[in-house]
Design a protein around this ligand. Sequence first.
Ligand SMILES: Nc1ncnc2c1ncn2[C@@H]1O[C@H](COP(=O)(O)OP(=O)(O)O)[C@@H](O)[C@H]1O
Ligand SMILES: [Mg+2]
Length: 362
Amino acid sequence: MSDSLQVTDLVAGYSKTPVLDGISFSIQPGEFVALLGPSGCGKTTLLQVLAGFLKPASGSLVTNTTDITNLPPEHRNMAMVFQSYALWPHMTVFQNIAYALKLRKKSQAEIEQKVSEVLELVNLTGYEHRPVTGLSGGQRQRIALARALAVEPSILLLDEPLSNLDARVRASVRHEIKSLQKKLGFTAIMVTHDQEEAMSMADKVIILNQGKIEQAGSPESLYCSPASAFVADFMGAENKLTGTVYHKQDKDWLKLDHCDAPLPVPYTSASSYEGRVDVYFRSNEVSLAPEANTADQGFPAEAIVLQRSYMGQGYRHSIKLGDATCIVDHDKALDEQSLVQINLPPEALHIYPARENSAIAG
Ligand SMILES: Nc1ncnc2c1ncn2[C@@H]1O[C@H](COP(=O)(O)OP(=O)(O)O)[C@@H](O)[C@H]1O
Ligand SMILES: [Mg+2]
């Protein structure tokens, strides 16, 4: 009960707003794909096109070997779970789930059987006759999930299904969606703007930026090798420094603006250009020390601790490095206003041509 999906050169939008600009990707049967991107980049629009609620201006959609580009939603073997649940408030749980089955002309006995089956799947057996207005957010989203599963979709589309739930409920519904997908085997495309959620649930992550795919790949490949500054930032490498890459003695060197020593650039991606660069890194991939530590390999620099907060596992420090402010984690608390040594290992640095064309510094 799962289909592949091939999306080719999709262009779509609303009358005066072009949104999707040449989207192509493919999904294997049974794969779990997370669609990640900032608000307004076109995630919901893409799901609407996949589901058949919005007609694309051009491009094609193929599931297995069937071209579905012009099929109406009810002939697509897909179901959608919406961010806001979209349950009918005047109907009971049973009526909400049964609705699409009635449209599909199922018998009363089949409908009853199916409703109790999907309620069991989402751990809400016995809730048939409750009004949906009396349910909690987590229960409503489970009912919305059950309703989608009742039509036995081979591709399930989920539009930020967890974003209206509080943290604890979110974790349990997240787990439930993932285990249902494993158990039933459907192909899933889930929109989220939460990097951690995307990484923990998906086989493949697609990052969307202003209607275009910025990068697609396994969670590991996006995390370790973000192809652009946008992806690096989105995948948690939120600290940004600036520097210069230059060639000398057959090597590429990176000179960070706030560190004295240049180091060879370990990245082949960096070696194709010279000049000003933006350098991104994660708060937990560099080290801090109260004083200079020559044992560490990497870029050393002096910094001042501005602020610190307790994270349960260690401390998070806001530090000032020249005119840049960075967030760095350390297992011990370092005093605010104290001078510390930061060490930036080359492998933690993601380097891209500078976005602003600032002057080359020596
Ligand atoms: N029904 C609509 N009519 C006109 N413009 C819309 C409509 N829905 C969304 N948009 C616009 O399309 C762009 C993409 O929106 P959307 O796909 O909802 O983004 P996301 O889900 O990534 O936040 C936005 O600029 C939004 O304002
Ligand atoms: Mg949206």
